[in-house]
Design a binder for this molecule. Sequence first.
Ligand code: SF4
Ligand code: SF4
Ligand code: SF4
Length: 265
Amino acid sequence: MKKKEMVKLVDLTKCTGCRSCQVACKNWNQQPAAQTENVGSHQNPQDLQHNTWTLIRFHEGTDANGDMYWDFRKDGCFHCSDASCVRVCPTGALSYGEMGAVRLNQELCIGCQYCTIACPFSIPRYDKVTNKTYKCTLCEDRITNDLPPACVKACPTGCLSFGPKEDMIAAGEQRVIALKEMGHENASLYGKEYVNGTHVMYVLTKPEKEYAELTVKPNVPVAVRLWRGVAKPLGLLSIGAVVGASLLHYFIKGSKAPKEEEGGE
Ligand code: SF4
Ligand code: SF4
Ligand code: SF4
């Protein structure tokens, strides 16, 4: 029997920035802690890494009244229904799982980094040592055994919940209505409408553009659509992964060089 599509709902209004989710993800996936330094922000490490698949992003700002505020946002793979990473992967290392997870099979990954360039959310991270990319698995090993993702299990505030897609959308929409009644007129559910629907959705209280490093109205880049239909059949793969990655990067993001992963062991 086909398994139900599942969604992780992240209600940002309930996140206290405790990072239990970040630690639980490391723990379950047996990823070592990274050596980091204090750069004046509570965000640690500074970005997603090949061995940090979820990260609480901290954002400090000042509102229209001059009052200081904090934002916390759990970042990681959105498990898109129309995933740019799956579209561009030349080896089939990226594929769709039954319950909504986008899988990354490291055995098939050749380290070409097409997925890191194509992802509209800048999620997959490359590791030079293994010459492979990595990202959140949606804890497919747990959810196929009727266990919630490790990050959801660890969250103490109810910010994270996990369940059948229609239930999570209903819960998210109800929460948005409640927030609007409380005066948050810009409350919205992020993810349902994008890239054919994501399997990680956010409850937001502010316009998307006011969240640090959150992609506003994400979609599959035109160059990614063409890549599958035109560039791949033309045999670009035969000229090598590095040249292919440079071309893909140029088509999507212009001439700027891809960003190297920061931090490390
Ligand atoms: S968020 Fe990026 S890495 Fe994750 S499924 Fe979507 S395109 Fe792929
Ligand atoms: S779903 Fe699993 S792999 Fe993904 S962030 Fe949560 S704990 Fe990590
Ligand atoms: S465990 Fe929950 S409350 Fe704590 S940082 Fe993660 S999402 Fe936020």
